[in-house]
Design a binder for this molecule. Sequence first.
Ligand code: PHE
Length: 473
Amino acid sequence: MSEPKVWAKKSTFIFAAAGSAIGLGNLWKFPYMVGENGGGAFVLVYLLCVLLIGIPLMMSESIVGKYSHGNAIDAISQTAKRSNASQHWRGIAIFSMVTIFIILSFYSVIAGWAFDYTYAFATGEIGTGVDEVGKYFGELLGDSKRLIIWHSVFMLLTAVIIARGAQEGIEKALGVMMPVLFVLLFIVVAYSAFATGKFGDTLTYMFNPDFSKITPVVVIKAMGQAFFSLSLGMCVIMTYAAYMRKDVSITESSLYVSGLDTVMALLAGLAIFPIVFANGLDSGSGPGLLFVTLSTAFSQLGTIGVILGVAFFFLVIIAALSSSISMVEPFVKWCEEHNINRIVATFAYCLAVWAFGLITVYSFNDWSVVEFFGTEAKPFLGMGKSPFDALDFLTSSVFLPLGGLLTALYVGWAMNKMISREQLFTLNGALFGLWLFIMRFVAPIMIGIIFVFYALGEETMNTFIAYVTNLFK
Ligand code: PHE
């Protein structure tokens, strides 16, 4: 067998995985999910999910990938063989690939908005003030042709990078761009804090949870968001870990990646909510939140605003690209390792994703309310009102945690413990025991309970909680 391909530098995995994790999930999705799902209540559940399920699961995916150095399907197959476990566990990777296919299809459409905004700031088309910016955004969503053009540009760029195997170039660039994005976000937070006088309100809103807002739907969405943002439950981390050098510590890398990802999401929230409160905007206005709020602030700052606007949305595109390439790599790596031409595989896959993405394009105009998903006020099972809402909910909140649940069961129970012990070489006995306990019990039970409560609905949950509280009285 030839030597496995590994990254030259120790830190490359961290950059690649952080590049995958940090993206639209942090900058675009996290703030509007917080706004739609009860502010601090959502943030609290989100943070708990990152800590109790996210980080340990990132370690598990890394173990399987790093052990086998192959694509995710064969990585599971190899570890299963060594553990005398069933080959059916490979189903996890296949299921994940279907999920990322759907996610990438809408991810690309949203990333397209960032292209449009970079252009609009550069040309001054965006207008000034909240009304004009809001109108600009409305027009963009209504114009399916424009959405399709930007969606195509984004998918094409993703395909070219992957086909040329140019990820390493991107990762090097990320070493520069990520810190810039971080600093820029920091500047925006500082601006929002000082210019609006609403920073105190924002802190209360995000970090002082109103426990009555914790409903099954909020919990399942917060959990889904944690998976989405950390790129978990999709074999993406597994795929990247295949290139990890032997001497890299899985625990340390997982902590870094999750930490950076969480900080970025919180910063995005801190940048956006002061502007929401100062302009009397609706925090629950959904996917447009980032695009309307920050642009409103930038639009009022003259030339500096133009520079900030162009720079910010350009960095959003880069962050999105470093995530989108991680969504294509799992499938393409499999093809490559099964003698299918990398370029053909990439373009065929991206073309299929592009076509599927049209569903999302039309979700913002012609199909924005589809009766099948319930009424606007009371969406069917919390899925939302358009095909995009439903696809997002099903993939992020249901499929990803399900993929995570299966991974936890596989790594915790079916896979030979020696494999994980070997890979988590930096952990002492007690910490390894804790990690294993989380994989075997905490993660599966938590995800299981969240699913069950969600399926049973809010009333049943409340009755149950009242019953349990009574027992302890
Ligand atoms: N984690 C990425 C983000 O936050 C999105 C992503 C999802 C990346 C799935 C890879 C796989 O934007």
